[in-house]
Design a protein around this ligand. Structure first.
Ligand code: AMP
Length: 210
């Protein structure tokens, strides 16, 4: 199963991707997590990406395309993968298509901007493994500590309200057109965000015919 998860920042892509990768037995590839690790480690890619990320802007397409080519060539991707947060522009989608990267389905998680603005303030991520939590909706077993790896949970710098607003603008302008791009290819499935994480997972699995 080769799957793309689309949706606004804060739609729950990371949370759903993590559940689905266990359910489907394939890895999740999150360009956001890869970039955050690169920034933390001070790699050349991280140095290039940091200012864009802090401002809530998109990292240039060529950086993302390079990351994706490298990651998808790794052996754990042979049986399939879930892309979380990529592609984010038509240019990225076209570059993947040109490289012969094909998908079985593209799931768009639909959610209002207002719900996202309310939700983002409670988001926490593990600074070690990138797992996502929410103080109310998806709390860790122990406050501030990742269930998976014991890492510290922190608030993302780009989850500040004014940055979230500009990320939503970028989403509507640059990423949302991908829905039409993939609808034309017969791949798009839209799933409404539901009141619990489990219900939304159920909606996604249903849309995938599982
Ligand atoms: P995310 O964790 O997916 O919300 O990504 C966090 C930030 O990383 C975004 O706001 C962008 O600055 C950058 N980023 C992640 N994935 C991409 C992508 N596919 N294209 C461009 N920028 C990206």
């Amino acid at each position: 199963m080769k799957l793309i998860l689309l949706g606004a920042p804060g739609a729950g892509k990371g949370t759903q991707a993590e559940i689905l990768c266990k359910e489907l037995g394939i890895p999740t590839i999150s360009t956001g997590n890869i970039l955050r690790a690169a920034v933390k480690n001070g790699t050349p890619t991280g140095l290039k990406a940091k200012a864009f990320m802090d401002a809530g802007e998109l990292v240039p397409d060529e950086v993302i395309i390079g990351i994706i080519h490298e990651r998808l060539a790794e052996p754990d991707c042979a049986q399939g993968y879930i892309l979380d947060g990529v592609p984010r522009t038509i240019a990225q989608a076209e570059a993947m298509e040109k490289a012969g990267i094909v998908f079985d389905a593209v799931v768009s998680i639909e959610i209002s901007d207002e719900t996202i603005m309310n939700r983002m303030s409670g988001r926490r991520v593990c600074e070690k493994c990138g797992a996502s939590y929410h103080v109310a909706a998806v709390p860790p077993k122990q406050e501030g500590i990742c269930d998976n790896c014991g890492g510290n949970l922190v608030q993302r710098k780009d989850d500040a309200p004014e940055t979230v607003r500009s990320r939503l603008e970028v989403y509507h302008k640059e990423t949302e057109p991908l829905k039409e791009f993939y609808a034309k290819r017969g791949l798009l499935k839209t799933v409404e965000n539901r009141s619990t994480v489990a219900e939304t997972t159920q909606g996604i699995l249903q849309a995938l015919g599982r």
